[in-house]
Design a binder for this molecule. Structure first.
Ligand code: AMP
Ligand code: MG
Length: 394
């Protein structure tokens, strides 16, 4: 059987970062920057007032109370200001440029608020309530680096440095296709021998949570031709494809039957539980990566975490590797088949981790109560209560 780490390494050696694309900043949420972004100007671009108040020469308000003539107003957005002479003040609003000659702002709360003359009751030291040009960003400073994930604050600073468009790696478009003659759409009645189809919903959501775009292509029956026709139609809009089911050892394995003859997708047994039957390769003229995951819901979920999620990071130009782990103490004995790495569903609370009841690979309800996977190495078949284990937080 193929080791888990080698299967991931093969996948990461095949997938490539998506080509960068220039987009409007409004459309950049969730994408990954494909350029360093520098500011063409200092931010703030000019010295300005941090408060509503009066622009003064600090020396004129060193001894208080003092009453001084108000020569006018400076509002936010004003340009071409006159210099402020000695013994004079001007009203000034938050964000308004500081007139030449002024070197402090007296907040309105320290005054009687006068408009022709103002009485100032507290001295303002030089520099008081002034935001200096460049104190956030100097001209030419890089404000965002290539590889940064773009969230709301990053969109804010892109606009703040005057950018309208930006070069990103787009969110990969991932099509999720389930197979199984026994699958009924949720929301429709359950026929005899049927179950409601859950994997395409779960996997499309996992794709979105991983920062990519997940599209459900629904499910097809166990007819290899129907599978292939649906796949062909979906390839047009896909940067990657995930299938579920139809890759194990039984009869009626449409994914394996349809893709094996192509020679570009490899079906293997990976030394893990759940999730042993795995397939990966490329399909179509654009050589779109395809992950053919096993159909058991817990198996396909764990396979996504171990293999697909890192691949989606590579496609987004992000560093990728095995999922991050923490160490914790297990609250109950655990068992694991020899020669396979187990991923047991568990609840992680602080430094302890409790396996959930129901470790079958079909037990989706148990998975839905878990927030972590306990990793039991290939050479361990049992671990006692209190053992220190490696845990993947979900
Ligand atoms: P397969 O990998 O196709 O042999 O399926 C393994 C098990 O997973 C079977 O019990 C299937 O009924 C179940 N299964 C397969 N696909 C899905 C799906 N999309 N949603 C829920 N269960 C599924
Ligand atoms: Mg099946």
């Amino acid at each position: 059987m193929k080791p888990v780490d080698r299967h991931l390494a093969d996948i990461l050696a095949t997938v490539r970062p998506l080509a960068p694309l220039e987009v409007e900043i409004e459309s950049a949420l969730g994408a990954v920057l494909a350029e360093d972004v520098a500011s063409p100007v200092p931010l703030p671009p000019f010295d300005n007032s941090a408060m509503d108040g009066y622009a003064v020469r600090a020396g004129d308000v060193a001894a208080v109370p003092v009453t001084l003539p108000v020569i006018g107003d400076v509002a936010a957005g004003d340009g071409g200001l006159n210099a402020l002479g000695p013994g004079l003040v001007t009203r000034i609003m938050t964000g308004a440029p500081l007139p030449a000659g002024a070197d402090a702002v007296v907040p309105v709360e320290w005054t009687d608020g006068g408009t022709a003359r103002v009485r100032i009751d507290r001295p303002a030291p030089p520099g008081n309530a002034i935001r200096r040009a460049g104190e956030d960003v100097r001209a030419g400073d890089v404000v965002l680096r290539e590889g940064a994930r773009i969230g709301p604050a990053q969109i804010g600073i892109l606009a703040g440095v005057g950018r309208r468009r930006v070069l990103v790696r787009p969110r990969p478009r991932v099509v999720v296709l389930s197979t199984g003659a026994e699958l009924s759409e949720p929301g429709t009645p359950l026929g005899a021998g049927h179950i409601w189809e859950s994997n395409s919903f779960m996997l499309a959501a996992a794709v979105r949570e991983a920062g990519a775009e997940g599209f459900r292509a629904g499910s097809v029956t166990d007819d290899p031709k129907e599978f292939m026709d649906t796949l062909d139609a979906q390839l047009l809009r896909a940067d990657a494809v995930i299938t579920s089911g139809g890759v194990s050892m039984g009869a009626y394995e449409p994914v394996k039957e349809a893709l094996s003859p192509l020679g570009t997708v490899t079906f293997e047994k990976v030394a893990m539980q759940p999730g042993m039957p795995q397939g990966f390769g490329v399909v179509g003229p654009d050589r779109v990566p395809i992950f053919t995951l096993p159909g058991n819901p817990v198996s396909s979920f764990v396979s996504f975490v171990l293999f697909v999620k890192p691949a989606l990071r590579t496609m987004q130009g992000l560093p990728a590797g095995p999922p991050a782990t923490v160490r914790a103490t297990v609250t109950a004995p655990v068992r694991s088949p020899a020669g396979k790495r187990s991923y047991l569903r568990a609840v992680l609370t602080g430094e302890t981790v409790a396996p959930v009841a129901g470790q079958g690979s079909h037990q989706l309800a148990a998975l839905a109560t878990a927030n972590a996977l306990i990793v039991v190495p290939e050479d361990e078949t049992s671990l006692p209560e209190g053992a220190e284990v490696e845990v993947i937080p979900l």
